[in-house]
Design a protein. Structure first.
Length: 307
């Protein structure tokens, strides 16, 4: 069974990381995390199995498949390779890790829109469990754009408070919680915002979702700009533990981290707005193609799509 093979591989990789960690290549884990390792490989397995069980007209196109796989690979790279060591010794690399977990990877996974494919590839007991959870009041509340925005901002910005960040970086358990909460908040937010379905069956309109994806940018700009532009050394942890690139000063490291936290996410928030508006345009265009005017009706002006 393929799932058993992945679990066996997890045991072997964990053993290798414990016995001879210094001899492992860069793409092996710096600190083995069994839930992340198994989740990434099992998701990949179920995705390809689901694709094989999906009729050709219903399969996601090459672009969506590419976005999904790139997002999954990004999660694995920043959490289960030696990049994690670098992320613990430079603030700007730590921000690359955080932006990948909270923005880039969830954005790609949401663009890929995999629920139907994964449902066909995952075990039936797991899909039934997720379907039951999706109908609970708490999950439905969190999947509203406003709570999803709040969770996203909380899981992103809470860890940027200098005192909280310092404690998280020196505590391995809290460090894992920081990364996984950032990933969970990003997945929740982007799966709500980038849902490609019209309303209904989606719970909210394209415009509402596009607005949520765009407006969340502004609190991030304020916080990231402060980090990038302040002259204070906010994150003393990296000075205490030793920067892996000693020729990069603390001020320059912090400025780079602030810019990474500021500019790429802002561009993605703008892209989310454009994607939402384009989806609205296409939905209106499709509705026009199937619209049958009543007898005697006259059309005086075109829709906003220009058609």
């Amino acid at each position: 069974m393929a799932e058993a093979s992945i679990l066996l591989a997890a045991i072997l990789v964990d053993l290798a990381c414990r016995v001879f960690p210094a001899r492992l290549p860069y793409l092996f884990p710096f600190v083995f995390n069994a839930p992340v390792f198994c989740a990434c490989w099992l998701t990949l397995l179920w995705y390809f199995r689901g694709l094989s069980r999906t009729a050709r007209p219903d399969r996601p196109g090459p672009a969506r498949r590419g976005f999904f796989l790139a997002g999954l690979a990004g999660i694995y790279f920043v959490l289960q390779t030696h990049f994690e060591y670098f992320a613990q010794h430079m603030f700007f690399l730590n921000r690359i890790q955080a932006v990948m977990l909270g923005m880039v990877a969830p954005f790609g996974i949401a663009i890929g829109w995999m629920p139907d494919v994964l449902r066909r590839g995952a075990p039936s007991w797991l899909t039934q469990t997720f379907d039951a959870l999706a109908t609970t009041r708490g999950v439905r509340f969190l999947c509203h754009p406003v709570p999803a925005m709040a969770v996203f901002l909380l899981t992103t910005d809470l860890w940027l408070i200098p005192a909280v960040h310092f404690v998280a970086m020196i505590n391995p358990t809290l460090y894992a919680v920081m990364n996984l909460s950032c990933l969970a908040g990003g997945l929740l937010f982007w799966l709500v915002v980038l849902d490609p379905r019209p309303h209904p069956p989606a719970r909210f309109s394209y415009l509402t979702r596009a607005a949520a994806g765009f407006l969340v940018m502004f609190p991030q700009i304020v916080i990231s700009a402060y980090i990038a532009l302040t002259t204070r050394d906010l994150y003393a942890f990296y000075t205490l533990c030793g920067r892996i690139f000693p020729n990069i000063s603390p001020a320059y490291d912090q400025m780079l981290g602030g810019l990474i936290q500021w500019i790429p996410p802002g561009m993605m928030n703008t892209a989310a707005l454009i994607i939402g508006l384009n989806a609205l345009r296409l939905a209106d265009q499709k509705a026009e193609e199937h619209f049958v005017p009543p007898p005697g009706a006259k059309i005086y002006e075109a829709k906003w799509t220009g058609r």
